[in-house]
Design a protein around this ligand. Structure first.
Ligand SMILES: C[S@@+](CC[C@H](N)C(=O)[O-])C[C@H]1O[C@@H](n2cnc3c(N)ncnc32)[C@H](O)[C@@H]1O
Length: 247
């Protein structure tokens, strides 16, 4: 996965920043809605830092230098090169931790949540955005079903697909209580072939043959003029023992 981000810095932002829900928010705007009036925000796995323009008092952390270089080149600072297993922050030093499209790809999601709890203040809030399977329209199910079939996969192979199933237990184990668990569908328009190419490039597909990738690309290019839905899940949790903030 690290190599994927070295080769494709900014790819998640490129895809998601073009996707909108019914309120016309992209996923980053949707995530930022849960983080108003927060003093200090640590964005773990910030990538090219798409959250930075939406938040005050933001600090981005990632282990990928190409992602951080891209973020820095857009003036999205401050940035820290670091690993989520050992966050380089003091105990109780931040008000909110954000993990947008990153908790299912870090090496150790449980350890990442423990580290998030450690660096959070006692009234700290954790906001997580993850890929989901619903809500979806029938056309999404048909399109993604045919795409997965040509790729020879039953589902997209994130390094830690179990995070989606076990998130509540993982949060509980790290000392968080759940505040919100919602989902929304973001529509990604495929107006031209470049949009189809971006969708395929954004998929993490280790081990899929070049032949299957070519067939998949040809399939998605046939969707020009249409759109596909990207279902996402937003989870907000509070460090246990905290007062009721962030709701
Ligand atoms: C799918 S990208 C999401 C990037 C960004 N949050 C976004 O939504 O566009 C996941 C990011 O997590 C970073 N990452 C993966 N494992 C990490 C770790 N253990 N510690 C810090 N960052 C990590 C990757 O380098 C990558 O930039």
């Amino acid at each position: 996965m690290a190599t994927f981000h070295e080769r494709h810095p900014g790819i998640t932002e490129a895809l998601l920043s073009r996707s909108r829900n019914r309120a016309q928010d992209n996923p980053y705007e949707w995530a930022a809605r849960r983080l108003t009036h927060v003093e200090t925000i640590l964005d773990v796995g910030c990538g090219s830092a798409p959250m930075a323009p939406h938040l005050a008092n933001w600090v981005g952390l990632d282990l990928s230098e190409p992602e951080l270089d891209l973020a820095g080149a857009s003036g999205r600072v401050p940035l820290v090169c670091g690993h989520s297993d050992a966050l380089p922050m003091a105990d109780g030093s931040v008000s909110a931790v954000l993990a947008v499209m990153s908790l299912m790809v870090v090496d150790d999601p449980a350890r990442t949540l423990l580290e998030a709890a450690r660096v959070l203040r006692s009234d700290g809030v954790m906001v997580i955005v993850l890929p989901a399977q619903r809500p979806a329209k029938i056309s999404d199910v048909v399109r993604f079903g045919s795409l997965l079939a040509v790729l020879g996969r039953l589902m997209l192979p994130f390094p830690h697909p179990e995070v989606a199933q076990n998130l509540r237990e993982l949060l509980d184990g790290a000392g968080f209580e759940l505040v919100e668990d919602v989902r929304d569908r973001f529509e990604y328009p495929i107006s031209e072939e470049a949009d189809a190419d971006l969708l395929i490039d954004s998929l993490y597909l280790p081990g899929v043959s070049h032949r299957r990738m070519r067939v998949a690309l040809a399939l998605v290019r046939r969707w020009v003029g249409r759109s596909v839905g990207l279902p996402l899940r937003r989870v907000v949790a509070r460090k246990v023992g905290a007062s009721r903030v962030g709701e």
